[in-house]
Design a protein around this ligand. Structure first.
Ligand code: MTE
Ligand code: MO
Length: 162
């Protein structure tokens, strides 16, 4: 299937160099029902997982890292706050600047090295600053242009279908 016209599957993107405002809180939009706001403190209460030796391959300024990212599994976030999930679904993850990606349900269960997909709040054991992307989606399997390493995560939306 082609994703050529899907704005959450860009082929390329120049990274946004200006940091959008926010404290890392994000909205979870369940498939049905009202959205809720989750804080970084609530996220940190979920099991902490680590993705080690992950490199950010930037279009604009070369690769950085490898870093060790830690955070909560996107799957645990969905289980905790997204309510009843449809049989087939994907999770749209959007940054405060509108950049984003879509994670398929099947990807949520991936083990290393392809997974786990994290909502990371720390890099090399230091809490991420807002400028660094607090919070940042880490998709370990994506190694090309950081197109799925979404910074400034502000909203997560459950969408039916795959
Ligand atoms: N919210 C958001 N996340 C983003 C981007 C962006 O523009 N907005 N750019 C992506 C791209 S294309 C790159 S190369 C990396 C840059 O990450 P870095 O600042 O850690 O090098 O962020 C990715 N995540
Ligand atoms: Mo990039």
């Amino acid at each position: 299937m082609s994703h050529a016209h899907d704005p959450l599957r860009p082929d390329r993107h120049e990274p946004n160099l200006s940091t959008p405002a926010g404290d890392g809180s994000f909205t979870v939009q369940p498939f049905r029902g009202a959205p809720l706001v989750v804080t970084v403190a609530q996220l940190r209460a979920l099991p902490r997982l680590v993705v080690a030796r992950h490199q950010i391959v930037s279009t604009g300024h070369g690769a950085s890292g490898p870093f060790s990212f830690s955070g909560a599994a996107l799957r645990d976030v969905a289980d905790a706050w997204a309510g009843t999930l449809p049989d087939a679904y994907s999770v749209a993850v959007l940054g405060a600047d509108g950049f984003g990606t879509r994670v398929l349900a099947a990807e949520l269960g991936q083990s290393p090295p392809a997974g786990p997909i994290l909502l990371a709040y720390a890099q090399d054991e230091q809490l991420l600053t807002r400028a660094q992307g607090l919070l940042r989606l880490i998709v370990p399997s994506e190694k090309d242009e950081a197109l799925r390493q979404v910074k400034w995560v502000a909203a997560i939306r459950i969408e039916a279908g795959s």
